[in-house]
Design a protein around this ligand. Structure first.
Ligand code: FAD
Length: 402
């Protein structure tokens, strides 16, 4: 019987495991994959994500393994650009990082193991249920490993299985498959004229959505595109090809070599309506719909929610209190931290679906330092959001600034 079993060793699951094991909790971490394993992603770590990785003692190593980003550029649908330096904001580091997930996820998992968590690879979990009654209750986790049935027991469980919702539906925590957005990426090498900025492009990309160029070396990058509308027919690979063929990308990639295939994957960003717990189970990261609806960034929220889940799980174990109240306290903590930001991002996303609005925003950002700084902060997920802006308030601000 373990204290906590964590299903999924992505950033969310491994961060939860680290923060619990560090406090002496007996943690079992399982994943269907063997590590190191890749995960389709843009590999971008915002300053907010870097700050959690710093807290985990991983940053020096990741700075060596990845690429440090100090500048950020946005291209409007009409091709005009604005940009800014990544600045220190709310105590966050003044840089972002790009670290291929093949490296990043393995380092975070290794950190959890160093802290004392036990890791079991190649365990595909297909059932999680509570057995026993009252003080004798426990969570039974069952699955398959190398063609054989295996099972584990724990007092509490954390599900951190990312956008893969099968287990959550089977466990009755999700009633239906949530709507998803889609994205695809590929690596390119020998790129001439690559800047060392994080580049977001609205020219050649589907709206609402954007294309990105995230350098992983001075001449290599993770290049991709995301389409942020709930549309079951949307093809991430189709949008990637359109983006690749846009004039700006044709220029950038002339002479470059694609390294590996184009890969697409869905993203869940339904945190506002998603459950965050089941009986004796907490959901972490994308399993709770925690992906920024404006940028598609989810690593930071996986790490942050992992740390919050560890705090709550620790309290439940320490007090022997597994009541509904303790589960809802976790839900409240997540909503206090992320709800306003998610509402704000969904609102901005609707606004950014209009090319005219984006062209205007970029032109204005070039004239006003404060707007440019705010734009940088929104994209990097660091905005202190107090009130959701209304259309009227934005129009008034635009008129004043114009
Ligand atoms: C194309 C694309 C680009 C993106 N770009 C960025 C970016 O630049 N920056 C950013 O911050 N975010 C980005 N994201 C989002 C980010 O990849 C995810 O939000 C993030 O990985 C979520 O972390 P997680 O720990 O919640 O889940 P995951 O990283 O998905 O990890 C889940 C783990 O659970 C395991 N698992 C799943 N089901 C089971 C099961 N039944 N049994 C056992 N194990 C299981 C998986 O093997 C996996 O290891 C991007 C996503 C996509 C698709």
């Amino acid at each position: 019987m373990h204290d906590v079993a964590i299903i999924g060793a992505g950033p969310g699951g491994s961060a939860t495991a680290h923060y619990l094991a560090q406090r002496g909790v007996d943690v079992l971490l399982v994943d269907k994959a063997d590590f190191p394993r890749d995960k389709t992603c843009g590999d971008g770590l915002t300053p907010r994500a870097v700050s959690v990785l710093q807290d985990m003692g991983l940053v020096e190593d990741l700075r060596r393994a990845g690429y440090i980003i100090r500048r950020f550029e946005v291209f409007a649908p009409n091709g005009h650009a604005t940009g800014d330096d990544v600045v220190l904001h709310n105590g966050m580091p003044d840089y972002a990082l790009v670290v291929p997930r093949l490296i990043l996820d393995n380092r975070i998992r290794q950190r959890a193991v160093q802290s004392g968590a036990r890791f079991e690879p190649r365990v595909h979990v297909d059932a999680v249920r509570v057995e026993g009654l009252d003080s004798a209750a426990y969570v039974e986790i069952a699955g398959e490993r190398d063609g054989r049935r295996v099972s584990f027991r724990s007092r509490l469980a954390v599900i951190a299985t990312g956008a893969n919702t099968g287990l959550l539906v089977r466990a009755g925590i999700l009633r239906a498959q949530p709507k998803v957005i889609v994205a695809a990426r590929a690596y390119f090498e020998h790129i001439r004229g690559l800047t060392d900025a994080w580049t977001l492009r609205f020219d050649g990309a589907p709206l609402p959505g954007y294309g990105w160029v995230f350098p992983i070396a001075s001449d290599a990058a993770n290049i991709g595109v995301g389409y942020f509308k709930h549309d079951r027919r949307a093809s991430a690979l189709g949008f990637f090809e359109l983006f690749r063929r846009s004039p700006a990308m044709q220029r950038l990639l002339a002479g470059a070599k694609q390294a590996g295939p184009v890969r697409g994957y869905p993203l869940r960003e339904d945190f506002l309506t998603s459950p965050t717990f089941g009986e004796r189970i907490l959901l972490v990261g994308e399993a709770a719909g925690l992906v920024n609806p404006l940028t598609g960034e989810g690593i930071d929220y996986a790490l942050e929610s992992g740390r919050i889940a560890a705090d709550h799980t620790y309290l439940m174990l320490e007090r022997g209190d597994f009541t509904l109240q303790r589960h809802t306290a976790y839900d409240r903590a997540l909503r206090e931290r992320f709800q306003a930001l998610f509402e704000f991002c969904i609102w901005v996303r609707a606004w950014c679906a209009r090319p005219v609005a984006l062209n205007m925003l970029v032109a204005m950002a070039n004239r006003r330092d404060d707007l440019r700084r705010r734009l940088t902060s929104v994209v990097l997920g660091g905005t202190p959001v107090r009130r959701k802006p209304t259309i009227g308030r934005v129009i008034r601000a635009l008129v004043r600034q114009g």
